[in-house]
Every structure is written in structure tokens, then in C-alpha cells.
Design a protein around this ligand. Sequence first.
Ligand code: BGC
Length: 462
Amino acid sequence: MSRTHPPRRRLGRRPVVIAGAFAGACALTMGTLSTAAADEDVDTLARVDNPYAGAQLYVNPDWSAAATAGGGEVIADQPTAVWLDSRAAITGGSAGSNTMGLREHLDEALAQGADAIQIVTYNLPGRDCAALASNGELGPEEIDVYKTEFIDPINEIVSDPAYAELRIINIVEIDSLPNLITNVGGRETATPACDEMLANGNYVKGVGYNIATLGDNENVYNYIDIGHHGWIGWEDNFQASADLLFEAANAEGATPEDVAGFAANTANYSALKEENFAVDDVIGGQPIRGESSWIDWNNYVDELSFAQDFASVAAPAAGFPEGLGVVIDTSRNGWGGPDRPTGPGPQTSADEYVDGGRYDRRIHLGNWCNQEGAGLGERPTAAPEPYIDAYSWIKPPGESDGSSEEIPNDEGKGFDRMCDPTYEGNPRNQYNPSGALGDAPISGHWFQAQFEELLANAHPPL
Ligand code: BGC
């Protein structure tokens, strides 16, 4: 893959010192993955196009231990992201079994000799406005708390010169901006909480402040969340999302140069490549798009095509520089196991053709909580396809999306019936059953039964 992007203007940033020992690795600044240059030769101090390229990624020992204890030793050495999902997580670890604070993770990353670490910043005011399972600690108006008690303390740690040689990949505020496109206004899917976050502007301001502040560090790479194809792949949502991201990339002191790329499918289940049908296929003289209830009027049938078009078409049209890449979360979109189709469905109807051939076996594309039948997806890989910076495990496999019944907690997490296997749905999944596994703990906590399914249904198989 060779893609170029315009030179960055990074005025007022601290000078970058290129250590002599690393000087041989400048090929990496073009974003090409050179295996010869992998690991010790990676020039982590130079600003690069793709921070994953040639980099050894940090393995979170907390997750590794949980995966090993859960019977997943074969994958326990895979890199996963560190979620900063509350103010307390900055020093004391996040939900569930995560015990280490950010500084400890960064120190451990240096000890591992890692070139890059992935963090998720996830604590906006009024978080998770279209659902309840990941509601957080900050109320809708607490933007100043977000800035001064969440982003600023993270920045204080991240900007410590001790970590200047680590690339810090920041996955920014999952689902927030997409919610302001689809779950607001006159739409049937609107919620009062998303209307409020659109009206008060605090998602846009929060994302802007996040990327402006952390982006002042030459070694930080910000990736803004774009939902997934089943959500943002619709005509009305696609360009509108890119435009809103661009607005956030110019808010609160941010500039588009603070954006390294986009994050797709984070914590979701959408298949990477559906190989048995394409969106423009025709069955019985009728296009399957619009006829198939699975596809509905979506323009995309999988994450790869969606992510590539977002980066190459929608983002530049919104004003972003050409050539930004996407990180696709492949932690739980493998859909392998004995039920995986081996070829296309019958051409008897659009529904039979699509439903017989699709890998993604959810009941509806809008289902998002602890999906039954899911498996681990592609193992983390740098620069696998044009415009794709990485396949990566952002959602740590084995961590729940939400509890299947009400469980009192002090994390701000609510009970969302999309995590209840008996629920019949809402407008956001067109009133389909939730497809969620039962007996689930609250979001972020270890869910052993789901972990075992993810291992059993991995694709590629383990
Ligand atoms: C939860 C977070 C958790 C993350 C990763 C989210 O759904 O709300 O608390 O850290 O998942 O598992």
C-alpha cells in the first residue's frame, strides 16, 4: 500500500529528536509495512502515516491474565486496547478485572519494548445517549469536568517525556458522534438524551478538546469513531457523519491535523468481508438492496468496503486530508464455527440468497449486545488493505457489552434491554429480538460464557 498525505503543520509542538540508532527506519514514515524494519528498528519518534506499521504493540497483562485463566492462552499474547472509561480508571484501572492505571500501562509498555500502545478515551458527558448499558459517570452538562478531570490528567501522563518514544494510539469516544446523526430529531430512532447532547454541543466539544489536547503530543495518534457499516452505511448517515466529525475536528482548538484516522466497528460485530453476496447483486431481476431485509437500504454489506469508502470518499469530501486510514475492530466479528456458510444462498429470493450466504448471523444488524454465535475475528494486523491502518482488537474479547438483567453498580451503568435475551427490540433494531446471551455481567466485566463462544467460533480459526 502506498498512500501519501500532505505534510503536517505542527506549529508550536515540541521538537522531535530522532535518535541516531533509529535513523535507518525512515521508510516507515511512508506508511509501508517493512518487516525488515520491524521491532527494534522502528523509529517511534518520527511522526508516521500509520502508527501500526512495523510496530510491536503493547499487550495488556490484565487482559492477558483473564484470557489465560478463561482458557484462551493461545490468544493471550495478542494486543488489546486499554479503556479509560472513568476518571478513576486513569489511576486505578477500569471496569472489571483491569487493575492498572495509565502510567502503569505505559511503564509496562516500555518494559515490553513495545513501539505502540492503544488506549480508548471513553467518558464524555451524557455518555451512550441511545442506550443504557454504558452510561457513564458524567452528567450531560459536565463538559468542564471532562476537560479538567479526565482529558487534562490523561494528557499530563501522556506528555511525560519518559513516554516520548511510545506511539500512543487514541481511539476516541465510541459511538458518540454517530449517535448525533441517527438518534436525534424527527427520526423514529431518536432518544431524548441524544437530542440533549446534540443541542448542548458537549459531544462535539468533548471530542474536539480530546483530540486538540492529546494531539499536541507528537507521539499521539487520534482515531475518531465512525460506528459501523450497519449504522453509518446508510445514504442519510454516511456523509453527514463525516461532516460532523469534521466539525468536531475544528472545535475547541482542534484542527484536522489532530486526526490520524477513524475507528470502525469498535465493540461491534459487523463482518469484515461478506464474500457470498455484494450490495449490487440482482436476484430474479430485482436488486437485492432494498429487497433483502438484512441489507435493507444500506449501501454497504461489510466493514471493509464501508471503511475504505469512508476514508477515501466521505472524509475528504468533508474536508479531511486525503489518505487518512481506518482501524477496524476485529475482536468479535469472525462468525466462524460450524454454522458459517460455505457459499452463496439459493437464488430463490433476495432474503434466501442473502440470509443463506451471510457470515454475520445476527438477527438484525442493529443488535449490539453480547451477540450469540459470534467469534474472534482477524488477529491484529498492520496495514492489511488500502486505507486500513490496522485490524485490531479494541474491545478486549471476553468483556461484556452490558448486563442481561438489572445489576446495581457504582459505575453509572444502566440496564439496557438490548442485553436481555427475552427483549423484543426497539426502533433501532426494527423491533427484532436482541440476540444477546443470557447471564451477562455489566459492561466491561468478564463474561466467561461469551469468551468461550468467541474462541469456539473464531474465524480465522485458532
Ligand atoms: C464499557 C466499559 C469497558 C469497555 C471495554 C464498555 O462497554 O462501558 O466500561 O471498559 O466496554 O470492555
